[in-house]
Design a protein around this ligand. Structure first.
Ligand SMILES: [Zn+2]
Length: 237
């Protein structure tokens, strides 16, 4: 089981999160965590697979449920205890067929999202990359009928799995239903950012007390790190 209990791994993920483009954040975080050794291959995984892995890492490292904050249109801020365990277990599809087999839809990957983000027509780019006809030729979005477009959209949402989870909760302030897309990678970033300052402070304390290098401190087994921290605290008194 890979977790971020290892302080060196946690800091690597924290650092990667700061520079990763949003569309590739999931694969970049999982790569930094050591879960996906090949970043190039990780960028080609279906977004649902990546989101489910990120949910699993989040649960294993920080527990479940996660405290999430939603803001209603009326301005009310809602604290929600959000269980990620079911999200980690959601199946992710790779391809599906629609329109009686005339079209094949592939689950988008981070690489598809990056390409869409760079283009002037993100949705068109995504469709052109992810939809093929029965002869495996790309289909121009303009060639799709309205019915086919609806079927493609529905198939894409189904394939997205954990990457397309939507939260619904009632606002106690105004009684309206608040709907928000769940961004598992974003939540993982927040949880990592919440823990990182404490890890950095521990490293700084041990470095100041004993003159050890950061890499050596991060390499200490957890029990010994705690024992040395306790000793340093006693010396400082
Ligand atoms: Zn409200």
């Amino acid at each position: 089981m890979t977790t971020l209990d290892d302080p060196g791994r946690l800091l690597a993920v924290w650092e990667a999160a700061a520079t990763a483009p949003p569309a590739a954040r999931g694969p970049v975080l999982l790569h930094a965590a050591g879960l996906l050794p090949d970043l190039d291959a990780a960028l080609d995984l279906p977004v649902g697979t990546v989101a489910a892995l990120a949910a699993r890492l989040s649960v294993d490292s920080f527990g479940d449920p996660v405290d999430a904050v939603l803001t209603c249109g009326c301005g009310e801020v809602l604290d929600v205890a959000l269980p990620l365990e079911p999200v980690a277990g959601l199946p992710a599809g790779v391809t599906g067929t629609v329109a009686g087999g005339a079209l094949r839809v592939r689950a988008p990957t981070a690489r598809d999202l990056l390409a869409a983000g760079r283009s002037g027509d993100p949705l068109g780019t995504l469709l052109a990359r992810c939809v093929r006809d029965a002869a495996d030729r790309p289909v121009a979005p303009a060639e799709l009928t309205a019915d086919q477009r609806r079927a493609v959209d529905a198939a894409a949402e189904e394939l997205a799995g954990a990457a397309a989870v939507v939260l619904r909760t009632r606002c106690p302030g105004c009684g309206e239903t608040v709907v928000a897309a769940l961004d598992v990678a974003e939540l993982l970033c927040e949880r990592v950012a919440g823990r990182a300052p404490a890890v950095l402070a521990e490293v700084a304390t041990l470095a100041a007390a004993y003159g050890w290098a950061e890499a050596d401190i991060l390499g200490l087994p957890a029990g010994r790190r705690r024992a040395y921290l306790a000793l340093a605290a006693r010396r400082a008194v």
